[in-house]
Design a protein around this ligand. Structure first.
Ligand SMILES: NC(=O)c1ccc[n+]([C@@H]2O[C@H](COP(=O)([O-])OP(=O)(O)OC[C@H]3O[C@@H](n4cnc5c(N)ncnc54)[C@H](OP(=O)(O)O)[C@@H]3O)[C@@H](O)[C@H]2O)c1
Length: 191
């Protein structure tokens, strides 16, 4: 698939490597609005790998270029002291969908650390990626992208379930940073 990754930090660069290895055609950009619009226009799937605080502004700046696209929101709705910035009656992903109604927003990858995003595994064990969204076809494509990296990818329900995935991501961050387990960890659904 043709994928645009907006943000080339820890997450953007890891997903670019993982998806590239998975056989996809990936274009990536940092904080460069003009180039971001250009690569978003040419992509089928656009991954927004930017800080939560700028997510809605970045989406607004891209607006027309996201029409009809699958848009993957990987952000965690974090405050500066690593607490949940909003919930439980909305989520960052739902706010994003409201900002870009012509796109199909999928929440995914926020519950895994960047260090695992180019392989889908940690310490030789496959991790789980959960994806929530209202458009089944878009969600199926994003699940396939996660599988192509190496993750076990599972449908986590409608976009409103981002209200559950966002706190889950922040619990993961608490385990990694606040509670000292480090980022070489990950969640796996055994089933
Ligand atoms: N790190 C993780 O393990 C992890 C895991 C899951 C989810 N996430 C989420 O993924 C997102 C990215 O995290 P990260 O660790 O990759 O952060 P990061 O390393 O700080 O990278 C952020 C990227 O966003 C770009 N950016 C910043 N402001 C921008 C703007 N106004 N317009 C366009 N691009 C902008 C930055 O460009 P410049 O460098 O040019 O400013 C950089 O390329 C965050 O929302 C985070 O919560 C992170």
């Amino acid at each position: 698939m043709k994928i645009a990754v907006i943000g080339n930090g820890n997450v953007g660069s890891a997903l670019t490597r993982g998806l590239g290895r998975g056989g996809h055609d990936v274009a990536t950009v940092g904080n460069d609005p003009e180039r971001a619009r250009e690569i978003a226009r040419g992509a089928e799937v656009v991954i927004l790998a930017v800080p939560f605080g700028v997510l809605l502004d970045v989406a607004t700046a891209l607006a027309g270029a996201l029409d009809g696209k699958d848009v993957v929101d990987v952000t965690n709705a974090l405050t500066e002291d690593l607490q949940l910035a909003l919930g439980f009656d909305t989520s960052g992903a739902e706010q994003l969908q409201a900002r870009i109604p012509s796109a199909r927003v999928i929440k995914a990858f926020n519950t895994v650390f960047a260090g695992t995003m180019d392989s889908g595994s940690v310490k030789g064990q496959q991790l789980t990626v959960l994806a929530a969204g209202d458009d089944d076809e878009a969600k199926r494509r994003v699940l396939e992208l996660a599988r192509s990296i190496g993750f076990d990818a599972i449908d986590a329900g409608p976009l409103r379930n981002a209200r559950l995935l966002e706190p889950m991501g922040i619990q993961n961050i608490q385990l990694g940073y606040g509670l000292g387990l480090g980022t070489d960890i990950g969640l796996r659904l055994v089933r």
